[in-house]
Design a protein around this ligand. Structure first.
Ligand code: B12
Length: 306
């Protein structure tokens, strides 16, 4: 039997995905031109890896010549916890108090592919989650998942921007979804709220100033001019999402138990400074926090000290 959008949507919903959309694979010359300008202005900070695979980001058919459709899946991870305001604690961003999304989304997309193959034995798909091969937000926008907000994130009417994305490039052709209207209008709340002024005027981020970049990806010292501006964030940052009117009005607690918080959203700074490698490995084994390693988390903790 041939797969249709409706069957895929039904199966994805049964597996707990919050939203699904379809787009045709395209040659994204304008986006790549824009991406190159972003790189030329050094907005990528030390994320040198972002300069790789630009040809594939422009045209996914180079990696996967059989590509006929791109399916974008979104998973809501919001939980109704207030951000910590305790003075001597480091704040952990919402995405890092739940299980590592790479693992969760990979399992779910693999299950989906397995089910779709039962219906259509010739169905094939490549999955990209937080990858360096696909412009995931660009495809999410084309597939009608949401629009790209000024903070550069995909915002949905139903769940705000508290979603993770998975992109499935498939060898079957499906009807493309309609993109949705950008509802940011003249709102500038995210730009104004960012304490380090990391949000550019063109819906991109200057990673050199971004709290999320420094606390997760930066392997070196955090620039001193940013000291005192991290609002106590110790891993990741949600400031530009917390202030978004769509997130304030439209966030819905996730129904997916994989994304029920299993870690506290704050850690006393002193506790981190005393933490041993063994404590760290035990405590953050399934958490995105393991990415910074203990050394990185301690660097972040010290940066928050007055
Ligand atoms: C590198 C990266 C980061 C970097 C840089 C962030 C950035 N915004 O660029 C850092 C470490 C800072 C980061 C932080 C975060 N990240 Co991140 N990150 C990525 C990653 C791997 C690549 C993004 C990228 O290529 N950036 C470079 C810029 C230039 O690319 P872009 O934003 O896609 O830009 C396009 C648009 O700007 C568009 N465009 C805009 N205007 C215009 C105008 C014209 C005329 C044209 C032609 C094009 C155009 O063109 C560009 C090229 O296509 C993606 C996964 C992926 N492969 O997409 C996840 C991803 C964006 N991250 C994600 C998340 C969750 C986060 C954090 C919320 C985590 C946290 N709590 O700390 C923060 C949010 C910070 C923020 N406001 O962006 C999610 C976002 C989900 C969503 N709702 O959109 C993604 C999609 C991962 C996933 N699979 O779920 N991240």
């Amino acid at each position: 039997m041939l797969l249709k959008n409706q069957i895929i949507t039904q199966k994805a919903t049964e597996l707990g995905f919050s939203k699904i959309g379809f787009a045709a694979p395209m040659v994204l010359n304008d986006n790549i031109q824009f991406f190159k300008e972003w790189l030329d202005d050094n907005n990528n900070a030390s994320m040198e890896y972002l300069k790789k695979n630009l040809d594939i980001k422009e045209n996914v058919n180079i990696l996967y010549p059989e590509a006929r459709s791109v399916i974008v899946l979104a998973l809501n991870y919001f939980t109704d916890i207030k951000q910590s305001e305790k003075p001597n604690c480091g704040v952990i961003s919402r995405y890092a108090i739940v299980q590592d999304y790479h693992q969760v989304l990979k399992l779910k997309t693999n299950k989906l592919i397995k089910e779709l193959k039962i219906i259509d034995i010739g169905f094939d798909a490549r999955v990209f989650i937080d990858s360096n091969f696909v412009l995931e937000k660009t495809y999410a926008e084309k597939a009608g998942i949401g629009w790209q907000g000024k903070n550069s994130l995909i915002i949905t009417e139903e769940f705000g921007s508290w979603i993770f994305l998975a992109v499935m490039v498939t060898n079957r052709e499906f009807e493309a979804s309609k993109p949705v209207e950008n509802l940011c209008s003249d709102c500038r709340k995210c730009i104004e709220a960012c304490p380090t002024k990391a949000i550019n005027e063109n819906k991109t981020i200057d990673a050199r100033k971004c709290i999320s970049f420094h606390t997760i990806e930066n392997k070196n010292a955090i620039p001193l001019e940013l000291k005192g501006k991290f609002n106590n964030y110790i891993f990741g940052c949600d400031i530009c999402q917390e202030v978004c009117p769509f997130n304030i009005k439209h966030s819905l607690p996730t129904k997916d138990k994989d994304f029920f918080p299993f870690k506290e959203n704050e850690i006393p700074i002193e506790e981190i400074l005393k933490m041993t490698e063994e404590d760290f490995s035990k405590r953050f084994a399934d958490s995105p926090i393991k990415r910074t390693k203990l050394e990185g988390l301690k660097r972040n903790a010290k940066f928050l000290l007055k």
